[in-house]
Write a protein that binds this ligand. Sequence first.
Ligand code: SF4
Ligand code: SF4
Length: 228
Amino acid sequence: MPIASSEVVWVDQPKKLSFWESTFLTSLLEGLRITGSHVTDNKTVTQQYPEVKPELPLHYRGVHRLNRDEEGRVKCVACMMCATACPARCIEIVAAPAPKDDPLWAGRDKFPASFVIDELKCIYCGMCEEACPCDAIELTHIYDLTGQSRQEMLFDKEKLLEVYDKTKDCALDPARTHRGRLSGCSEFASLPTVGPATSIHPEDRASHAASPGKIDRCAQQPAQEAVL
Ligand code: SF4
Ligand code: SF4
């Protein structure tokens, strides 16, 4: 179909470059000036990781944990809301009825017989903790997550509960969700950072055992009876 002349837009020819412009010397000098200004700028923009631990915002989203209730049971009621909300489809839950004859599970209908998060597929968007109606799943400040196989990066229920046990008493990772909303996120905005972040690597923990907020320090708290 021919184009109507009213739809044709004519643009001017670019203006001819002067002799100096055609040598690109002025652009080159301008680029060097900008680079030089960054070189002489005293402002530090690079953190010396791993010697210096990064300072993270309070609402940083790292490795997940599964919280426990007051009885030490897994708080999750296997409602599947988090798995449904997850855009990366990396949460797999197998629900089971709570044992009726066990007094420990009194008042509970369901629990997750299996709960697995693929930490490699996860995009750490936080939708799962926002979707959870009972504050059972949360993201922590643990950021230095490594593994030597894909299998290692599949965090099952036991591992997720272990993360809870190790982080619950850290000042960095208090319960942060309430009824599906990140607690005080707007207040967090005025608090820029929370200091050195938690590490889950044993050697790192050993070298920083005296630092507040480290997992080693938190692990010294009395152990809670594990109920999976
Ligand atoms: S943080 Fe986002 S991507 Fe990761 S498990 Fe939760 S909902 Fe899924
Ligand atoms: S939304 Fe919360 S309670 Fe429901 S399955 Fe996920 S973690 Fe469990």
